[in-house]
Design a protein around this ligand. Structure first.
Ligand code: HXC
Length: 265
């Protein structure tokens, strides 16, 4: 569904959106929806070639409204690299109005087989990476009175087997979001979380599901289907827009009601 059909086509014209993990999947879908509404994008990830491909797609969406796109490689676990990426963004595109903390890592592993380093890898990418990006973007967000969107997961509030590392990391993100909403509200910075449910055609679902699982899950989800990356993008543009100017510290599930059936998925 084209977001421009429902919202002002230039809603984010002149605004800069920085997306961690923006080279693919849900985060690229989020970036695409901002680009379609005129935003300039900085997308950050570990692999430059992947970012370059995504940037070409985004540029085609926003160029007619003057939007720029900057693909900038950085690992969210490396604070200095993120600071540099954000510095380049401010210099070449503009100060960040919207930060999307989407970079994440995942794999299925029973807790008794998970090594401390495996647990740490996911905590470092998801939780530490989200703090690093928020902290490194703070001065720019303060300037723009901007907002932060964290991408969490249902594992945060409902345990899922073989996901102890992800559940702990995502629960940490939800708490990080609330603390930043509390502390940075006085700077006009809003902070919110989106919890995507099962989203079709994403790396996360490829890692976590199987055809049998999909059939069972779709039958159990109240809306009877998986979501699309664009549906997460629609929630993101809403939360970052002036229509959500009084919304901060909120967790918004975009999951077809999946959270109502818990870990049965
Ligand atoms: C058990 C594993 C493992 C597995 C890695 N490890 N994969 N343990 N089962 N399948 C362990 C390793 O053995 C190692 O511990 C430690 O984790 C670090 O592994 P590295 O490969 O060195 O780490 P790194 O290269 O930093 O890779 C991070 C990663 C990787 C998370 C492990 O999978 C990754 O880069 N993922 C990014 C892409 C991704 O995951 N996308 C999906 C996101 S979707 P030892 O002890 O051996 O040193 C998502 C959505 C969640 O997050 C919710 C969905 C509903």
């Amino acid at each position: 569904m084209l977001v421009q059909q429902y919202l002002p086509k230039d809603l984010f014209r002149g605004k800069t959106v920085f997306v961690t993990g923006g080279g693919s999947g849900i985060n690229l879908g989020v970036a695409r929806n901002f680009a379609a509404l005129g935003a300039s994008l900085a997308i950050c990830g570990r692999t430059q070639e992947k970012l370059d491909r995504a940037a070409a797609e985004l540029a085609a969406l926003s160029a007619h409204l003057g939007g720029k796109v900057l693909p900038v490689a950085a690992d969210v676990r490396d604070y200095a690299a993120l600071e540099k990426a954000l510095g380049r963004t401010e210099a070449e595109v503009g100060p960040v109005d919207v930060l999307v903390c989407g970079a994440a890592g995942n794999f299925l592993c029973p807790a008794e087989d998970l090594s401390p380093n495996g647990f740490k890898a996911v905590i470092d990418i998801d939780l530490l990476g989200s703090f690093n990006a928020s902290r490194a973007a703070f001065e720019q967000l303060k300037k723009t009175r901007g907002s932060i969107l964290f991408i969490s997961a249902g594992q945060s509030f409902m345990p899922h087997a073989f996901q102890v590392h992800v559940g702990a990391a995502k629960a940490g993100i939800d708490n990080l979001m609330k603390n930043l909403a509390l502390e940075w509200g006085r700077y006009g910075i809003r902070s919110n979380t989106i919890v995507p449910g099962p989203i079709e055609d994403t790396e996360g679902m490829r890692r976590l599901s199987s055809p049998e699982h999909d059939t069972r899950a779709k039958g159990a989800i109240p809306l009877g289907r998986y979501g699309t990356v664009d549906e997460i993008g629609h929630a993101a543009v809403f939360l970052a827009s002036p229509f959500a100017a009084y919304i901060t510290g909120t967790v918004l599930s975009v999951d077809g009601g999946s959270n109502l059936i818990g870990s049965a998925l």
